[in-house]
Design a protein around this ligand. Sequence first.
Ligand SMILES: CCC[C@@H](CC(=O)O)C(=O)C(=O)O
Ligand SMILES: [Zn+2]
Length: 336
Amino acid sequence: MGSEKKGWDYSQLRKYDISLEQIPRLDYQDPKVDELMAENEPVVITGSKLVKSAEKWNLDYLEKHMGNGDFTVFISRNYKFKYYDEKKILQKLPNNETNRGVEFTPPTKMVEMKLPEFIKRLKEWKRGDERLYLQQGLNDTVGPAIVRDFLKFDWDFCNSIQKKQNWGPLTSNHLLIGMEGNVTPCHYDEQQNLFAQVQGYKRCILFSPDQFDRLYPHPVYHPHDRQSMVDFERPDYSKFPKFKDIKGCETVMEPGDVLYIPIYWWHQVESLMRGDHTITINFWYKNGPTGPITYPLKSHHKVAVMRNVEKMLLEVLHDPKEIPPLMRALVLGRYT
Ligand SMILES: CCC[C@@H](CC(=O)O)C(=O)C(=O)O
Ligand SMILES: [Zn+2]
């Protein structure tokens, strides 16, 4: 996959003991793109003009035109930005009761920051400093120039995909400005995703939903729901033995590339080390109505079933510790 002529090389990729194939890279006019997407298979779509109007979005342009709004910035003491759901953290409610969350220390701080401050900290960053990752849903607080660029995205291109693949509505576009070396650890989302690279190089490592039992997601009630418990750089094979058999695929995104990340597909995303900052715009879509059910169920349907079983068991048992003995009694010696 190394491609010096394209401005990056292997030394900028973090090293993992994982077998990875290449995600196909196909021109946006290639009919095979639609076939792969229809099969919920990832594909890098090249040559589209989806975010061409944003190719001029360098830091100076953004500072000038992004407006004076507050942007959501995550701050990490290391290079990882593992997502957590605040609503699942034990919280004191106004009436001194608590929600049904869990004790949890967030691994990153989430702050609201003006863009000039974010850019200043990005430019002044040196090794050992806290890392920053701007992750902001694009909304109408941005300046008119950005709105103009946004309106000039190739909406015919993504709307035609949405229609062909029978997806639900576009729910959001997130602007992602990451520092070189930042990593979003392995997780899955419950939406279809067109992941459009605007500036810099981003490595995307993907795993099919059928790798669920090799990636050990946190329990559904945990703030790190949907996130893998496995630390790719130092996997604990005693706790996560099946991770040894993990099989995935990867690509290094270049400006202009659009990666289709299918719903429920695991992905880990890294801004190349010793690269420049990266800018990405993602397009999250609700999934469309499930087509005709065929048996055995597809792996992503089984993930949805497992999530529902977990939620139901938590609802009726209340205590997560009651789940393993009940599931063992239900399965062992009876279904095994
Ligand atoms: C907030 C979204 C982060 C992104 C990964 C990355 O670019 O670091 C991702 O996981 C996605 O687009 O689904
Ligand atoms: Zn994601």
